[in-house]
Design a protein. Structure first.
Length: 131
């Protein structure tokens, strides 16, 4: 099993991947939520500055749409990478289990566990290995 770039240490991630990971980490903290709440609280009294309901609503709608769009792209990147890492780890566990089961097969190589080994390898999409 080879190590994919997505499971490599952070030093090997691209600049965008590192930024997406940092943004994901930041957005998952209470400080980010508090910052968003403060932004809305600051926006509320701005109606008295603009004196126009449409302009006032347009400002918050545009701001939240842009922030949402950017965060979705960043969080999707971080989630995709996380999913790939988890799948890589599960494949490694399943491959190790299949190898362990293969070691338990009787002397002829066709024991009671050979069907289980094949079923395990097919379930996780592993290539056929030698028992």
């Amino acid at each position: 099993m080879s190590t994919s770039p997505d499971t490599a240490p952070r030093q090997r991630w691209s600049l965008f991947d590192r930024f997406a990971e940092a943004a994901s980490e930041f957005a998952s903290h209470a400080a980010f939520f508090i910052g968003c709440t403060v932004l809305v609280l600051l926006w509320l009294p701005s109606y008295f500055v603009f004196r126009n309901l449409n302009t006032w609503q347009l400002i918050i709608n545009t701001l939240t749409t842009i922030i949402t769009f950017l965060l979705v792209a960043l969080l999707q990147n971080a989630q995709r990478r996380s999913d790939q890492i988890v799948h890589h780890k599960l494949d490694a566990i399943a491959d190790g289990l299949a190898d362990l089961m293969a070691c338990q097969v009787d002397g002829q190589g066709r024991g009671a566990l050979s069907g289980d080994i094949q079923e395990l390898r097919q379930a996780v999409g592993l290539e056929q290995g030698s028992p």
